[in-house]
Design a protein around this ligand. Structure first.
Ligand code: SAM
Ligand code: SF4
Ligand code: SF4
Length: 412
């Protein structure tokens, strides 16, 4: 269901096809090669799935989907815009100045997001992550954080509030976010070498400014910072060791993410994926690592701790994580729902369509109706794309299925 594109989905294909022939704007050889592989953008945003009718039953905090997975984690995309053009996410040949972003009126307002978040929490969500696009581009984002910080989970505790950012505006925003009640920050950073980093973000953004953002977040009191590095074979793999050395012993956990076939525009190829197993082996050849137990059920990262001279985990040196979405699927424990910028509920990162909760909100639905809708949608969930990846008609290397939604829209 979630991976099939609707036949009614209008597309940007004509425009995208024209753009395919257009000369790439950058002079970097890698970009040129990628531009030749850019796949026409399909605008899956325009079609939404009908919200299934649900019985108005009080939320119990114990929803389960068809595979018995609970709902625990809500990712909210607050904007589909970004000031970076990471070629694995928003390649600039597609996300150029002609790209139609959502109009402001289409975005969920903060009050609408907070109202929906309250409904999700009543169904068992414990952790909320703000994402995008670049979430710090959303004006007054700290006001949304402050509203969400007033909410409670079913057991009466405060939900864990987190945010994923490219770090470009973090130095400016960290203190306000902390004061508003944000608990944690994850910063995406794909290399330490300035030239590599500028090439990865593809807007010539200097790495020093992101590192300054990380320092400011630490100074603002954020504990347990995480840094996410997407590893693309042939692009930034030589940054793995320098990144590990840089963050070892700093209290910041570095997590390596396998380059994923998410969306339909990044020209993904399996041979550009560096399997986590290989990455860990490379690291272990230089830095002693020991496996650590998962810290929470549904944890996406496999944890490895730095060992001391005796070969035992040394918490002062910290840990790394590897997120192996391509080579080791973790759908069996996937407890995440996603709320897109315009209020659609998605059940999988690789879904083609979402359920239009904004239509309910703006159509005057009361909280009981919203709650019943969320329950019915989650209870019908059967998504497990990563487990099925190899057996799907558009298998890796053969191009993406039509209509798969972009990560910048659905939220990472
Ligand atoms: N702009 C913010 C950022 O970059 O942190 C938040 C949104 S971004 C879509 C969230 C995360 O998705 C980032 O850590 C990014 O590196 C990751 N990501 C985007 N495209 C990816 C891909 N094709 N494969 C793996 N990770 C990807
Ligand atoms: Fe922007 Fe984040 Fe996507 Fe990079 S990964 S283009 S920073 S949304
Ligand atoms: Fe969850 Fe979909 Fe990723 Fe599987 S592929 S872990 S169901 S988001």
């Amino acid at each position: 269901m979630a991976h099939a594109a609707s036949e009614n989905v209008p597309t940007f294909q004509a425009r995208g096809a024209l753009r395919q022939r257009k000369a790439p704007t950058g002079g970097v050889r890698q970009n040129r090669a990628m531009a030749e592989r850019v796949i026409p953008l399909v605008d899956a945003r325009v079609a939404a799935l009908a919200v299934p009718a649900g019985r108005a039953a009080p939320a119990s905090g114990h929803l389960a989907d068809t595979l018995g997975r609970p709902l625990r984690d809500l990712r909210i995309s607050v904007t589909d815009r970004c000031n970076f053009r990471c070629n694995y996410c928003m390649p600039k040949e597609v996300f150029d100045k002609e790209h139609a972003y959502l109009p402001h009126a289409a975005l969920l307002r903060f009050e609408e997001i907070t109202r929906l978040a309250r409904v999700f929490l009543a169904h068992g969500v414990r952790k909320i992550r703000l994402t995008g696009g670049e979430p710090l581009l959303r004006k007054d984002i700290e006001e949304l954080v402050a509203q969400l910080a007033t909410l409670r989970t079913v057991d009466g505790s405060a939900p864990e509030l987190t945010l994923t950012t490219n770090g470009s505006l973090l130095a400016r925003k960290a203190h306000a976010l902390k004061a508003a009640g944000l608990d944690r920050v994850t910063v995406s950073l794909d290399g330490l070498d300035d030239a590599v980093f500028r090439r990865m973000n593809d807007v010539d953004f200097p790495v020093a400014d992101v590192l300054a953002g990380i320092d400011t977040a630490r100074a603002a009191g954020f504990k347990g910072l995480k840094v996410n590095m997407v590893v693309k074979r042939g692009s930034n793999e030589h940054e793995i060791l320098p990144m590990a050395r840089h963050f070892r012993g700093t209290g910041t956990t570095l997590r390596f993410i396998e380059y994923m076939d998410v969306g339909a525009t990044n020209g993904w190829r399996m041979d550009e994926v560096l399997p986590s197993r290989e990455l860990v082996a490379r690291l272990r050849a230089e830095l002693p690592l020991v496996p650590l137990a998962p810290s929470a059920p549904g944890e996406t990262a496999e944890r490895w701790g730095y060992a001391d001279a005796s070969g035992r985990y040394d918490p002062r040196l910290g840990e790394i994580g590897v997120i192996s979405s391509v080579t080791q699927a973790f759908c069996g424990a996937c407890n995440r729902a996603r709320l897109s910028t315009e209020g659609r509920m998605y059940l999988c990162l690789f879904a083609g369509q979402g359920y239009d909760l904004r239509a309910l909100l703006r159509g005057g639905a009361d909280d009981a109706a919203l709650s019943a809708a969320v329950a019915a949608i989650w209870q019908g969930r059967a998504d497990r794309y990563s487990e099925l990846r190899a057996s799907l008609p558009s298998a890796p290397g053969e191009g993406p299925p039509r209509g798969r939604v972009e990560m910048s829209y659905i939220g990472g």
